[in-house]
Design a protein around this ligand. Structure first.
Ligand code: AMP
Length: 206
């Protein structure tokens, strides 16, 4: 099974992908997370951060497509792509080898996006995401899963960068919606995680 999760920043792509990947035993591929890890561990990754994603811009298509291609292991029984493809060029570049069974578009108002990003923290080790009000960790500042330290993403701290990310999303999403219209499912992301997962599961079970 191949699933693609699309949505604006803060819509819950990472959280949904985490739970669905575990439930169906499929591989979770998140280029945003891969880029953050690269920035922490390599000079090349740091440069990508400075030039692109640290400003709220997308990383060039060929770089991201190559990162994803390297992660795909054909022996696995399925994948969930979290925030990928991000634009129509990426969708076209992967068309021959990634044919999604389901594409979910998580919908959220701009006001709610800004509120959610304001209270979002994530694990420095595994990248798991928490919301301080709606989905807090059991112990303050510590990841429930692996005990890693929780931090605020640098691109979540600055309002101008958040606005730029939303703008980029709004520009890129329309051609993607058209491209995937036969497998696309719109879901309301402004509901509790349990309800959101139930809605997605009911579509996956059809
Ligand atoms: P995310 O963790 O999905 O919010 O991604 C964080 C940042 O990484 C984004 O704002 C982009 O700059 C970059 N990024 C993530 N996925 C992609 C992608 N598929 N194509 C280009 N840039 C991406």
């Amino acid at each position: 099974m191949i699933i693609i999760i699309l949505g604006p920043p803060g819509s819950g792509k990472g959280t949904v992908s985490y739970f669905i990947s575990r439930q169906y035993n499929i591989v979770h591929i998140a280029p945003g997370r891969m880029l953050r890890l690269l920035a922490k561990t390599t000079e090349y990754g740091k440069q990508l951060k400075e030039k692109y994603w640290g400003k709220g811009d997308l990383v060039p298509d060929e770089i991201v497509v190559d990162l994803v291609r390297e992660r795909i292991d054909n022996s696995k029984k399925g994948f969930i792509f979290d925030g990928f493809p991000r634009d129509i060029n990426q969708a076209k570049a992967i068309k021959s080898f990634i044919k999604p069974d389901f594409v979910f578009l998580l919908e959220l108002s701009e006001k709610t996006i800004v509120e959610r990003l304001h209270d979002r923290v994530q694990c420095a080790k595994c990248g798991h995401v928490y919301h301080l009000k709606h989905m807090p960790p059991k112990k303050e500042g510590i990841c429930d899963i692996d005990g890693g330290k929780l931090y605020i993403r640098s691109d979540d701290k600055d309002e101008a960068i958040i606005k730029e990310r939303i703008k980029v999303f709004n520009e890129e999403i329309k051609p993607l919606v058209e491209h995937y219209k036969e497998v696309l499912q719109n879901v309301n992301a402004d509901q509790s995680l349990d309800k959101l997962l139930e809605e997605i599961n009911s579509i996956l079970r059809r």
